[in-house]
Write a protein that binds this ligand. Sequence first.
Ligand SMILES: *[C@@H]1O[C@H](CO)[C@@H](O)[C@H](O)[C@H]1NC(C)=O
Ligand SMILES: *[C@@H]1O[C@H](CO)[C@@H](O)[C@H](O)[C@H]1NC(C)=O
Ligand SMILES: *[C@@H]1O[C@H](CO)[C@@H](O)[C@H](O)[C@H]1NC(C)=O
Ligand SMILES: *[C@@H]1O[C@H](CO)[C@@H](O)[C@H](O)[C@H]1NC(C)=O
Ligand SMILES: *[C@@H]1O[C@H](CO)[C@@H](O)[C@H](O)[C@H]1NC(C)=O
Ligand SMILES: *[C@@H]1O[C@H](CO)[C@@H](O)[C@H](O)[C@H]1NC(C)=O
Length: 507
Amino acid sequence: MKTLHLVVFHLIILSTISQSPDQLYDELFEAVQIQRLFSDSKTFCDAVPRTLGSNQILDLYRKEYNNPTFNLTSFIFNNFIIPNTTSIVHEKWTIEQHCHRLWPLLTRTTNHENFSSFIDVPYQFVIPGGRFREFYYWDTYFTMLGLIRSKEVQLIDNMLENFAYLIRTLGHIPNGNRYYYEGRSQPPFFSLMTELASKTDKYKDELEKEYQFWMDKRSIKLDDGSILNRYYDDLNARPRPEAYIEDVEIAHKKNNTDVYVHLRAAAESGWDFSSRWMEDEKDLSTIITTNILPVDLNCLLYHLELALNKKLQAENRRRAIHKYMWSDDLQFFTDYNFIRKKPTNRLTLAALYPLWLGIATKNQAQNVARQVESLFLRDGGVVTTISNQSTQQWDNPNGWAPLQYITYRALLKTPGYESLGETIRRRWMALNEKVFQDTGKMMEKYDVVNINQSAGGGEYKTQDGFGWTNGVYLEMLYDQQPISNTVLYRKTIFQISSLIFFIFISR
Ligand SMILES: *[C@@H]1O[C@H](CO)[C@@H](O)[C@H](O)[C@H]1NC(C)=O
Ligand SMILES: *[C@@H]1O[C@H](CO)[C@@H](O)[C@H](O)[C@H]1NC(C)=O
Ligand SMILES: *[C@@H]1O[C@H](CO)[C@@H](O)[C@H](O)[C@H]1NC(C)=O
Ligand SMILES: *[C@@H]1O[C@H](CO)[C@@H](O)[C@H](O)[C@H]1NC(C)=O
Ligand SMILES: *[C@@H]1O[C@H](CO)[C@@H](O)[C@H](O)[C@H]1NC(C)=O
Ligand SMILES: *[C@@H]1O[C@H](CO)[C@@H](O)[C@H](O)[C@H]1NC(C)=O
């Protein structure tokens, strides 16, 4: 049955043509983006043609655009279906019900649209929500934490299969399943996902192939022979289509298109953007991501090496992390700038990965924990960085679900700091609950410093939905209390009634 499904799926794939929209629409794409037809540059990237093929639309544009009555807005709306954002508000649900019941509303399947930027996959998947209409690589790990708590085992298996499929066909897991994300990946959490589902053995080949991708295309050999990794993007010379005008403006400000690769590499890191990657914390155009060997990435690859039983490589990497990324002065882990041959000395929550993944010594862990308490702990959880000048979204005063989770787990493992972990868990959940009460929504990120304000910063508005926030909330909730059967019972009733409703309306 599964084989037949895959064969049919491949036949459909072969019959559709899909590419990145900047390539499909060329100067039409540029015109739409430069004239800011849509407030979010990503909107047009996700549009699909109504009737004509992409070549026909481009030919038509080339024929008509010089016409004095030509109107680009009308042209676009006549020829494309423009996607909406997903917003989900249910004032009658409790936050717990909301998180469980949202999964079906965030679940999608491939719809085989022609000339779409969407990368088709064989099985169902969960999207984050808001402007994010596709699934994302590292987000999915945190979504899965919640899916386990909601007993959505089939959905987890489906998403693992999708990721394995992407590794087999593209050689890596892209940032998200869109062709315009194809040049890069995201923090490599696949080995953590397979571990979560106890399926590491099943996916050995795909894990090995993913490992080769990171080692072939993103590793740096240092003078002493140590090998560490960085983030990169293989489509390095172009602005990101989904942030086209923003990237072009930065390159213009800098008078240098070399900045594109640093912006793209930061997008691969998941921390787009952060003072962590910038020489001047106030100025995004000073971004130098590909000069940096990030501590979190190298901890994730250590986990992958252990999953693949590459004990020697893992041990060498552990040593290199200690040598290059531990600062005796700061008593903290930081990233390493291999061009300047110096640590970046920026204090960020990426320092918690060595604790979480068992790389830090007990002494290092306790020192990091002490600094988390004095520098990062706020009313709503922990701040991403302690930068006081950045306006980027992966910075002070914002807090993000994945980093709250990793910090919480890391501290539970650190003797003497378990209760600090518990404090972070309680404060973060309380903030989620407060915002939910005010708005009926779960957010992509939160302002953990001014807990009466919504989070800001970055190149797009704060999104709601939201996959990883729901996942981490459920995980934290049931980490300390058993799930009540009534919640799951009601969830099943809800799903059955949705199904009946769906059958009813589709008749
Ligand atoms: C172009 O068309 C849109 C709607 O299709 C309209 O709102 C806009 O005013 C038009 N622009 C011009 C310059 O006529
Ligand atoms: C977007 O929402 C509008 C208004 O609700 C609706 O008319 C339109 O069909 C939606 N578009 C898509 C692509 O779903
Ligand atoms: C995509 O194009 C193929 C080949 O022209 C056609 O058979 C198929 O129906 C199209 N799919 C959609 C969803 O329009
Ligand atoms: C931009 O760079 C070019 C080539 O490097 C140089 O010739 C030009 O003077 C620069 N313009 C400004 C405004 O710095
Ligand atoms: C910002 O942080 C730096 C170093 O972390 C510190 O020296 C400076 O005083 C801070 N500035 C403000 C306005 O708080
Ligand atoms: C936040 O709001 C609550 C009540 O709505 C208020 O008691 C508290 O002082 C506010 N905190 C800040 C920092 O404004």
